[in-house]
Write a protein that binds this ligand. Structure first.
Ligand SMILES: Cc1cc2nc3c(=O)[nH]c(=O)nc-3n(C[C@H](O)[C@H](O)[C@H](O)COP(=O)(O)O)c2cc1C
Length: 201
C-alpha cells in the first residue's frame, strides 16, 4: 500500500506524531510505504507542540512546494491519503481544488482519482463556511472526521487517547491496526459497581 500522510497547521501535531510512529514501525512492516508532506505552518505548529524532529522516524518527507513528488500525479496510483491534523484552511483549499501546495495538490489528485481521502479536521466551533466546506469535501468523495477522541476504551495515557482518533482515521484509509481495544459490547469485566440512577421505565 502507498499512503500520503499530509500534516497541516492545526493544533494536533501529537496526532500526526502517533500516526508517523505507527507508519514507521508496524505500518512499514506490514508493507505500507508512506510519503509525508507538511504545510509550512504545520512545521511551526509541530515545533511548538512536539519540539522533536519528525525526520527521526525515517519516513520520506517532501518539501511543501515540491510538485515533482510522485503523489502529485494520479498516474503514481497512491492508495489513500490521510491529512492529520487538518486545518480549516487546508480543508477550504481542498474543498475548492486549490492546488497551491503539495498537500493540496495531493488531495486534489486523490479526489479526482476517486481514492480515499481522509481529513482529520481540528477546529471548534465551526463557521457556516467550514460546514459548507465539509459538505463539499464529502460530496466529492472525501471523509471529514473531527479530531474527537473517545473514552469507551478507557485510555489511561495521552498516547492511548490520541490513538482513539488515529485508529479511526487509519480504519477509514483501510490501514489494518489494533491501536485501540475495539468495542464488543458491555461485558461483566467492564462492569464497575454502578448505581443506575436513571431508569428506562
Ligand atoms: C499554534 C497554532 C495552532 C493552530 N490551531 C489551529 C486549529 O486547531 N485549527 C485550525 O484550523 N487552524 C489552526 N491554526 C491556524 C492555522 O495554522 C492557519 O489557518 C494556517 O493558515 C493553516 O495553514 P495550513 O492549512 O497551510 O497548514 C493554528 C495556528 C497556530 C500557530
Amino acid at each position: 500500500m502507498k499512503l500520503v500522510l499530509g500534516i497541516s497547521g492545526a493544533s494536533g501535531a501529537p496526532y500526526a506524531d502517533r500516526s508517523m510512529r505507527f507508519l514507521a514501525g508496524p505500518g512499514r512492516e506490514a508493507g505500507i510505504e508512506t510519503d509525508v508532506v507538511f504545510t509550512k505552518t504545520a512545521r511551526l505548529v509541530w515545533q511548538h507542540e512536539m519540539g522533536t524532529n519528525p525526520a527521526d522516524y525515517g519516513l520520506r518527507i517532501w518539501p511543501s512546494g515540491d510538485m515533482t513528488a510522485p503523489f502529485a500525479s494520479g498516474s503514481a496510483r497512491y492508495d489513500a491519503m490521510l491529512v492529520v491534523p487538518c486545518s480549516a484552511g487546508a480543508m477550504a483549499r481542498i474543498a475548492h481544488g486549490m492546488s497551491v501546495d503539495l498537500l493540496g495538490r495531493a488531495a486534489d489528485v486523490m479526489l479526482k482519482e476517486r481514492r480515499p481521502l481522509v481529513l482529520v479536521l481540528r477546529e471548534t466551533p465551526f463557521s457556516l463556511i467550514q460546514v459548507r466546506n465539509m459538505e463539499a469535501v464529502t460530496l466529492a468523495g472525501g471523509v471529514v472526521m473531527p479530531a474527537a477522541p473517545s473514552f469507551y476504551s478507557r485510555p489511561k495515557t495521552m498516547e492511548a487517547l490520541l490513538d482513539t482518533v488515529v485508529a479511526r482515521a487509519f480504519d477509514r484509509c483501510g490501514i489494518a491496526n489494533e491501536l485501540v481495544r475495539r468495542w464488543t459490547g458491555l461485558h461483566d469485566d467492564d462492569a464497575e459497581p454502578v448505581t443506575r440512577e436513571v431508569s428506562d421505565d
